[in-house]
Design a protein around this ligand. Sequence first.
Ligand code: NAD
Ligand code: IPM
Ligand code: MN
Length: 355
Amino acid sequence: MSQQSNSKRIAVIEGDGIGKEVVSVGVALLERLAEARGYQFELVHFDLGADRFLRDGATFPEEDQQTIRETCDAVLLGALGDPRVPSLDYARDILFGLRFGLDLYCNIRPIQCLSDRLMPLKGKSAKDCDMVVFRENTEGIYVNVGGQFKKGTPDEVAINEDINTRKGVERVIRAAFDFAKAHGRGRVHMADKSNAMKHAHELWQRCFREVAADYPGIEAKHQYVDALCFNLIRDPSQFDVVVTNNLFGDIVTDLGAALQGGLGMAASANVHPGRIGLFEPVHGSAPDIAGEDKANPLATVLTIGMMMTHLGWPDEEARLVELVRRAVDEGKCTADVGGELGTRAVGEWVVSQIA
Ligand code: NAD
Ligand code: IPM
Ligand code: MN
């Protein structure tokens, strides 16, 4: 892996449903960026997802995990989830195999509304919505600790344990403050449910206060996550950086996507500073529109922007954000954001605009 050179190996996992359609736009964009700017991107395609699982039963083979871990600089993932495989075990194997396996503890999800036309709140405009959510990404209720007992009987019990470690909580809170400091953002909100979840979220409260003391120039605020959801809709302009746990971060960022113009506009980066990162749009495989050339690929364009920053080229991200803003303003977009183009045509337009 080389942080200095222009040469990067990028693992590509299309996954399922619209994942395939948006990743094909992402790949064309990466190829065009390489051609236009002299990057050397080696794209390594992995056949992972529902089709593969249904064909040979493989979910995330150890050799693929090793190749990604040891030889790649970044992963581009479309989405996983296919109605033909209701258990979704294969999807969790891949997604959590990457997030947990690579210890990518920050799931960074910007909630930025790029155009007044996309702002759904009465009396608000795009400038009122510009925040970044830091979602803890390696623990919480996602860790698969628990089990079922007396399944299928009237006495059945189902348990998912919520794991919160000092190390896990502290590092994501610190990352949120570091980000705020580095990007001139003056306020960090922490969202929890410490009024109900006395043990786990007392740890979040204490840790937040202690870490905040190391960043005297940044305002540290707390909101219970239910109130934060209320305030996201009432007045999103009060939020700058938000840090929260895995489950709340998942929910809050779909809510946030609605403020951006929909899931087709929401990007994410799963990172552990200094290591390989995983980049994926926030949306899922959208079986309701899969294969119809309707999926909005702009979240994937923004996601590639986040990948460029991670690889050392933040100017590329800034240019891609502006390009996406222009796509929306000029109607070079799909129906979900008010345009008339298909996925492929939006992708072709985006690629054509890279000078
Ligand atoms: P979803 O995000 O796939 O879709 C929710 C709604 O938003 C649908 O109506 C869909 O058509 C629309 N939508 C989503 N992305 C869009 C886009 N780019 N352009 C236009 N419209 C878009 O969520 P869901 O329906 O709850 O989940 C479907 C499957 O995806 C499930 O199996 C779920 O587990 C999975 N999922 C995977 C990921 C991931 O792999 N990272 C993320 C979320 C959901
Ligand atoms: C996301 C998704 C996943 C999550 C699902 C598919 C497990 O909703 O990336 O937001 O909850 O993390
Ligand atoms: Mn989600």
